[in-house]
Design a protein around this ligand. Sequence first.
Ligand SMILES: [Zn+2]
Length: 185
Amino acid sequence: MLRKNTLSRKDRYTAGDGLWRLGCVVALLIVGWYTIDYLLLDAQWSLIDGANFVIHESGHSLFGWLGQTLGMLGGTLAQILVPLGCALYFWTRHQRFAASVCGWWLGQSLLNVSVYIDDAVVMALPLFGGGVHDWNYLLGTWQLLHRANELASAVRIIGSLLMLAGLGYAVYCIRKGPKYGSVNG
Ligand SMILES: [Zn+2]
């Protein structure tokens, strides 16, 4: 059994570095698989969307205090603000890899939103509690229902680009090592 004090400072750093890389590679494989699933296999629902759904519904409750329109928009706003807030949180703490994964999550969440916007006219998606369709209400209020498909496509493109950028930056962070982005790194 290796005693702790037999490792030099450099060796201990290297062992920790290896563990960090291993954890990041596992996370990257999961994120990579979801990227393929969404962008190439056209998936429309995954486990991550379960989390997005809970955040979405919380957003309605939170923004509902600010009026009907913001209440309806609140679900989508929460789906944007929560991953964005997480990305900023990790970024300001110099945890670049975690920030890149949250940036990827923001993109994935936007893809989820784009599916909902695209459904604004047809309204074929099953709704939680059978309530009002957010985007049918919002685009109807703004007299933009005829632009639903264009808006959905734009949101999907932005989401896809964010997912790819997050994935690419995550790979870059792994190559740079655990100290990348820190005050001393
Ligand atoms: Zn909603």
